[in-house]
Write a protein that binds this ligand. Sequence first.
Ligand code: CMP
Length: 154
Amino acid sequence: MLSSFERLLFIRRVSIFQELRDEFLVQLASAMDEVAFPVDHTIFEEGEEGRSLYIVVSGRVKVHLGDRELAQLEKGTFFGEMSLFDAQPRSASVTTLDKCDCLTLNQLQLQDAIEETPEIAVNITRALSRRIRELNSKINAYEAQLQAGNYSKA
Ligand code: CMP
């Protein structure tokens, strides 16, 4: 459990909140919920309705579709933003790899934060762009492996 001061110091360093005014950051820090999960716990499953964005305070989580791991996320990163933005079900499941503490932000709190500081939306978009780049290189590597496999069979 973080003290209010530690919580404030922590969220100030989270990339998506960097431009927020101090007064708003204090308000946001106190409104966020802190949740603790044991190791190997599924925080949510693909297809569920999404109501919150999560920020990893400690530990690591994996984002996965069934047994296929898409990404591992660690301290200071966030997940669960996609459903809040497009009002679609969760695009993947998220399961803890360690004991994990997270701070959560609901849709209204996220909207308020974006209205207060539109740069947050830009920061989130930046993170989404990075994820697409990572996916593109994974797809590329995967396709190259497939092709190499096909050529060796021919
Ligand atoms: P959401 O769709 O709400 O729930 C699943 C979350 O996993 C999603 O939001 C993103 O935060 C995260 N996520 C989905 N796909 C990836 C990916 N390829 N890399 C990293 N995180 C992802």
